[in-house]
Design a protein. Structure first.
Length: 193
C-alpha cells in the first residue's frame, strides 16, 4: 500500500528550513521523502504569501508533503529548530487524498508517440488517466515526405486529459511529463481529504 502523505505549511528562515528538516530526519534514521511542493511545480502558494515573502526576504513559507510515518520526526525537528538558533513554526497541516494534473499533447513522431502511449497506458500504480479527448493515433501514408511545415503529417498522436490518484504516483507521472517538451502539462495540485 502506498504511503499516506500530509501537506505541511511551515514558516522559517529562507534557504535553511528544508535542509534542516531533511538533515534532522536523516540524523534520526528516518528515511522519509519530504517533497518540496513549490519546487516540484505544485500550485500551492497564494498571492498573499508571495507578497509576504517579497516584503520579508529573510523569511520563507515552505509547503511540503511528508509521509505519515515521518510526521513525528518533523514535529520534533520544528521543536528543535529554536535551539539551533533558527526557529520554525508549523502554520497548517492536512492529510492528502492524492493529487492531479492536466495535460495535452500533439506529436508527429512515431517514436515519441509509441513512448507516450506506452507511458499513459502503464501509469505508475496508484494513479489513473481520465481522458477528455482520448489519445488517438492518426496515420495517413499519402502525407509521407518532408513535413516540417506541411499542413498534413503521415503520423499524429493527439489527446488531452488528466492524471489523478495517490500523491506519490501522480508526482512520478508529473515528473515524467515535465521532462518531456512535447507534453504540455498544467499545474499539479494536491487533493485534501
Amino acid at each position: 500500500m502506498a504511503a499516506r502523505y500530509w501537506e505541511l505549511v511551515i514558516d522559517g528562515p529562507r534557504g535553511w528550513d528544508l535542509g534542516f528538516l531533511r538533515g534532522y530526519l536523516a540524523g534520526k534514521g528516518l528515511d522519509g521523502d519530504i517533497v518540496d511542493l513549490e519546487a516540484e511545480g505544485f500550485d500551492c502558494e497564494p498571492l498573499r504569501e508571495k507578497i509576504h515573502e517579497l516584503l520579508n526576504p529573510k523569511q520563507d513559507t515552505l509547503h511540503v508533503a511528508v509521509p505519515e510515518d515521518c510526521l513525528d520526526g518533523v514535529t520534533q525537528a520544528l521543536a528543535e529548530s529554536a535551539s539551533a538558533g533558527r526557529p520554525m513554526s508549523l502554520r497548517h497541516k492536512r492529510p492528502l487524498a492524492g493529487a492531479r494534473f492536466g495535460f495535452s499533447l500533439r506529436v508527429y513522431s512515431r517514436e515519441h508517440g509509441a513512448r507516450f502511449l506506452a507511458f499513459f497506458r502503464n501509469l505508475p500504480a496508484g494513479c489513473r488517466l481520465v481522458e477528455e479527448e482520448p489519445l488517438r493515433e492518426r496515420q495517413d501514408p499519402r502525407s509521407k515526405g518532408v513535413e516540417l511545415y506541411a499542413p498534413s503529417h503521415d503520423y499524429e498522436l493527439a489527446g488531452k486529459g488528466r492524471v489523478e490518484g495517490a500523491f506519490h504516483a501522480v508526482l512520478e507521472a508529473y515528473r515524467f511529463c515535465r521532462g518531456e517538451d512535447l507534453i504540455h502539462q498544467g499545474k499539479v495540485e494536491v487533493l485534501a481529504e
